[in-house]
Design a binder for this molecule. Structure first.
Ligand code: C2O
Ligand code: CU
Length: 467
């Protein structure tokens, strides 16, 4: 891959100065050491098939997805963001129950890092599992251009598998010229299903091929990094179990019998056995289109004549996975409304009540509890340890993927049973669902739709957990 630095020469001089101080031998800095850099920059790559021109992309370290970060549970991650982009940026560590000031949300937990500047992220990762990191400033553009990567936290006793495979699913909105469509504020995307792409990849590659062997046991870590696409998926020639959702282990592996639906921001960990024989091909299949499409192709070669494998044991639970106590929960609600197609006539925007025609003229389309976009008032103001139950009513016709930063929640099923811990809830159009959580991580936490054009167009709120 050719990596071309397109940053202007002046800014480069500043960066070169900064970089050289980082290059000092560590003894010169006393006891401290230089953190590893995570440097978002512009680069050229053959994203589309060879018949098309190359694409200018944005990526961490000049690749998209960016470098995989893989650490042991409980480890400390230190990364120095050095911004080689022409825009301010920040990094959010999606799904990590993180120290609030490291959460990477401009305007809430930090200021965005200007071009040529840097920001040191340093935090512990309490939970094992499959997480990801991505830009969180002008995210609709920055994530769509390639600023994301996998963050894998390994269990001390990881299940035995032959291959541990990270699969980052994405779609890109491409022009024939090889450009990423630069209209990141298209009103139609913002008011309808979000910025859906027209070129689907896994780990940045169309129809990714991953050779495996007959009888292999694989751990597949699926991450949906798309701006808006929901991936309905199924397996062919592979059989197995779901062992974790959004990083958090299920109490029991769940046999895969139906399709997997992965909304933007969501992850699923699968343990699967290769059933296809040597010479055959197994698939991860995408069911969005009229005919199923291969998302990942697994050419199978002969393996050892392994016997039937046992059902995998559950992954060890992460710390603080206590069930919220619904009897003691503070009950609150979120109503999601839309002006474009939902007939909502007015809402509060920037502190003023406006008609939806006026709001639409600002390219804003969605309201949470009658308010468009961020306000000074948190949706929930919780004491540390408070039990919270939140009913979310989607009065719009579109699905939405609601992501809570810093805290995992559980869905309340039929008023009482509690589902697995998640950080992103995919709601169908006109659906009401209920979640509950223990407000055990202090700080100001963003709560927004992970269809990034929707977040930009009003679907943004936050929750305060007082220390
Ligand atoms: Cu993965 Cu606020 O986002
Ligand atoms: Cu949405």
């Amino acid at each position: 891959m050719t990596v071309r630095n397109t940053i202007n020469p002046n800014r480069r001089a500043v960066l070169a100065g900064a970089a050289s101080s980082v290059m000092l031998p560590s003894f010169a800095l006393g006891a401290s050491h230089s953190p590893v850099e995570l440097r978002p920059s512009l680069f050229q790559s053959q994203l589309l098939p060879d018949a098309y021109p190359q694409t200018q992309m944005w990526g961490y370290g000049g690749t998209a997805p960016g470098p995989e970060i893989r650490v042991a549970q409980g480890a400390r991650i230190e990364r120095r963001l050095v911004n080689d982009l022409p825009q301010p940026t920040s990094i959010h560590w999606h799904g990590i129950r993180i120290d609030n000031k490291m959460d990477g949300v401009p305007g809430l937990t930090q200021a965005a890092t200007a071009p040529g500047e840097m920001f040191d992220y340093a935090f512990e990762v309490p939970d094992a599992g499959t997480y990801w990191y991505h830009a969180h400033n002008q995210s609709t553009e920055q994530v769509a251009r390639g600023l994301f990567g996998a963050l894998i936290v390994e269990e001390a006793n990881a299940p035995e598998v032959d291959q541990d495979v990270v699969l980052i699913l994405d779609d890109w909105l491409m022009l024939e010229t090889g450009e990423i469509d630069p209209d990141f504020a298209a009103a139609h995307d913002r008011s309808h299903a979000g910025r859906l792409g027209n070129f689907v990849t896994t780990n940045g590659t169309f129809a990714l091929e991953m050779p495996v062997r007959h009888h292999y046991r694989l751990r597949l870590r699926l991450i949906n990094a798309a701006n808006a696409r929901i991936f309905p998926l199924t397996l062919q020639g592979l059989e197995g179990w779901i062992v974790a959702l959004d990083g958090m282990p299920l109490s029991q592996p769940e046999r895969l019998t139906s399709e997997i639906i992965l909304g933007p921001g969501q992850r699923v960990d699968l343990i699967v056995d290769v059933k296809s024989a040597g010479g055959e091909t197994a698939y991860l299949v995408r069911l969005n289109e009229d005919t199923p499409q291969p998302q990942v192709i697994f050419p199978v070669s002969d393996g050892s004549a392994a016997n039937q494998r046992p059902v995998p044991a559950a992954l060890a639970p992460n710390p603080s996975m206590d069930l919220p106590d619904l009897a003691r929960a503070t009950r609150t609600q979120l109503v999601m409304e839309e002006g474009a197609m939902g007939g909502l006539s007015a809402a509060i925007v920037d502190g003023n009540r406006e008609s939806f025609r006026q709001i639409a003229q600002k390219n804003m389309f969605w309201a949470f509890n009658g308010v468009v976009g961020m306000t000074d008032t948190p949706l929930i103001d919780a004491a540390l340890g408070e039990q919270i139950a939140l009913s979310i009513s989607n009065h719009t016709v579109f699905p939405h993927a609601m992501h809570l930063h810093g805290i995992h929640f559980r869905e309340i099923m039929e008023g009482e049973a509690l589902g697995p811990m998640r950080d992103t809830l995919l709601l169908g159009g006109r659906e009401t669902r209920e979640i509950a959580f223990i407000a055990d991580n202090p700080g100001d936490w963003l709560f927004h739709c992970h269809m990034l054009s929707h977040a930009d167009a009003g679907m943004m709120a936050w929750i305060r957990v007082r220390a």
